[in-house]
Design a protein around this ligand. Structure first.
Ligand code: DOR
Ligand code: ZN
Length: 369
């Protein structure tokens, strides 16, 4: 540890979240203010039930999101969910009409609401060609789903089986490998040209698989890709804090109601929107890289997405005592079988959403008026 005096406050360009799940209905209403409070823009994931597959659906969803923004100028950046029946000309139209900023590829069966996803990448090549031609990013959930591949190896296997061949096939395609969780993911991105980048979540910077499994199973740390061993977490921390603009913030904030998390077959997802920036400042301080936080959370992502940097700023402050973040967010909703629709009006402890517990003291938080 250096003996330099501790930095007590940090002002950075207002960050963006390049990967968030807002859901719909009552959950949407509950969670959007947390993101809109600290972030100027967010790439919004399309894995609703049914998924967002057309430009019109994306526009309607955007309007529902904006309806939940309390005040200010938060801007949702919409995406489409890629299926094997997505028509290239419809995608081109949505891009030309500026309705979407990216398309999301879920391998079928990989994660929450991915059943309509892609079994065979070959079948979506015509759509990917449109993306390559227009410079539109493909966001990829980078895990294979073969039952015989161990869940901890699925990201590494995806790189070999899907990403490397895809790079050969369409080198102009711009790819964001979402929420990387391994050294393999870091090394893959670093080995590629500027057409490849990756998002990293706060929870993958703070947790390893012992947090999830040692001394009891903690369903609120269960997400996909699953948290890995410590050496992988260390590789992610080095990448995120390096100042390399190919790595940027995507929170993967993924709210599920408590009843669906604390279950015999719990849903994957960590809801971290309320405390992401405090947690990140803590991580960057520990890595003696607070000067790189702005690159990671406010500059690198917008550069990749070819958007201007935001013109407002936020200030983070270091407190003498650990910050007490809210533990829970109430919703006036639950519960489709997957807990995501938000149509039934049921209130009670099970319909609340548990906020990410960083499993360590965090001394930083955003200063809000
Ligand atoms: O943990 C996750 N939750 N990973 C994903 O890929 C999807 C997300 C969700 O939608 O809940
Ligand atoms: Zn996600």
């Amino acid at each position: 540890m250096s003996d330099a005096p501790k930095i007590e406050s940090l002002t950075i360009i207002r960050p963006d979240d390049f990967h968030v799940h807002f859901r719909d209905g009552g959950v949407l209403r509950a969670v959007v203010p947390s993101t809109a409070r600290d972030f100027a823009r967010a790439i919004v994931m399309p894995n609703l039930i049914p998924p967002v597959v057309t430009g019109e659906q994306a526009s309607a969803y955007k309007a529902r999101i904006l309806d939940c923004v309390p005040e200010g100028s938060f801007q949702p950046l919409m995406t489409l969910y890629l299926t094997e029946t997505t028509q290239p000309e419809n995608v081109r139209q949505a891009i030309d009409n500026k309705l979407i900023h990216a398309i999301k590829l879920y391998p079928a069966g990989a994660t929450t609401n991915s059943d309509s996803g892609v079994h065979c990448v070959e079948r979506v090549i015509p759509v990917l060609e449109v993306l390559a031609e227009t410079g539109t990013p493909l966001c990829v959930h980078g895990e294979v789903t073969d039952p015989d591949i161990d869940i901890f190896d699925r990201e590494a296997a995806f790189i070999d089986k899907v990403l490397l061949p895809l790079r050969e096939r369409l080198p102009e395609l711009r790819i964001v490998m979402e929420h990387i969780t391994t050294r393999d993911g870091v090394d893959f991105v670093k080995s590629q040209d500027d057409n490849v980048a990756a998002t990293i979540t706060p929870h993958h910077l703070m947790l390893n698989r012992n947090h999830l499994l040692a001394g009891g199973i903690r369903p609120h740390y269960y997400c996909l890709p699953i948290v890995k061993r410590e050496s992988h977490r260390q590789a992610l921390r080095v990448a995120a804090t390096s100042g390399d603009s190919r790595f940027f913030l995507g929170t993967d904030s993924a709210p599920h109601t408590r009843d669906t998390k604390e279950s015999a077959c719990g849903c994957a997802g960590v809801f971290n929107a309320p405390n992401t920036m405090g947690c990140l400042a803590q991580v960057f301080e520990e890595e003696q890289a607070l000067d790189k936080l702005e690159m990671f959370s406010s500059l690198a992502g917008s550069k990749f997405y070819r958007l201007p940097a935001n013109d407002s700023r936020i200030t983070l402050r270091r407190f003498a005592e650990p910050v007490k973040f809210p533990a829970m967010l109430a919703t006036a909703t639950t519960s489709s079988p997957a807990g995501l629709d938000g149509f039934d009006q049921v209130t009670g402890p099970d319909s609340s959403i548990v906020v990410f517990d960083p499993a360590q003291p965090v001394y930083w938080d955003v200063v809000r008026d």
